[in-house]
Design a protein around this ligand. Sequence first.
Ligand code: SF4
Ligand code: MG
Length: 334
Amino acid sequence: AEALLEISRFQMHFHTDKGVVKAVDGIDMTVNEGEVVGLVGESGCGKSVTSLSIMGLVPQPPGKVAGGVIRLAGKELTSLSGKQWQQVRGNEVSMIFQEPMTSLNPVFTIGNQMVEAIRQHHDESKTEACKRALIALKEVGISREGILNEYPHQLSGGMRQRVMIAMAMVCRPKLLIADEPTTALDVTIQAQILDLMRRLNRETGTAILMITHDLGVVAEICDRIVVMYAGQVVEEADVRTLFRDPRHPYTRGLMQSIPQLDKRKERLYSIPGNVPNPRQMPSGCRFAPRCELAMDRCREQEPPLFTLGEGQLSRCWLHDGQGGTEHDSHTDTA
Ligand code: SF4
Ligand code: MG
């Protein structure tokens, strides 16, 4: 498959009074055309900043691209002007968020907002745009009469998320970024929304980058998973490999903290300790303060990503000399 989104050595730093926050600190990541990729990590690991960077939505300052590039379909995004961004955003890449109430405007009808979004990219009449909006709503399972005249507060949370997906998909973007799209929804609705996203992916070929803290969600719909910790990628693998054989101690910890319905009484494991203060990253491996397997070397030297075969990568010294070969991500950028 062709690479659609290519992030290489990308760094987004924030300059604050108290120092520099290296929210995203040199990540490499690819989403192929038509692929569904999960970007997973605890809150504060840099996954949301990564997604906002792809959308050009990080305010600069205080944000600053400290290095690297982001390419979408071959186009370098980090150097686009505000005008160029307007063409890319909504058209080539769209995004949906956790709480659609904050991205839908409460004072305008659904129809108003959809027609507006469509007409930003298509030179067509309001009547034509309305037709297009109704088709998009039907695609996400909303066909109720009069929906275009309703206001966001008249819809349930699940319906609002469907409307957001319809709006995001209406211009057939190449990439849809979904940041915790189901976190605010109850379990049944959550499953329906994930089904919907998978179906749209199959039917339209739009690739999806799913940002979540929930490995259960990515297991449902992703082809491949990238795990982030403290601003870096720590593991990457296709979904089956990752669930069968997670290799990074952090990923293993995340796996153990997935709630299991059949073992309801068992206490939920959570990884001890906290994510490091991004202004004072630990030297060596950033996970070392929380890692049960940490060795002296881990506190001194930063581990590279090791290639473990079959496209699986893991940033851990345990793989050194154990069949892991160093993956030098810095040679394939040119
Ligand atoms: Fe743990 Fe060391 Fe591997 Fe880091 S490099 S995850 S501290 S074993
Ligand atoms: Mg977030």
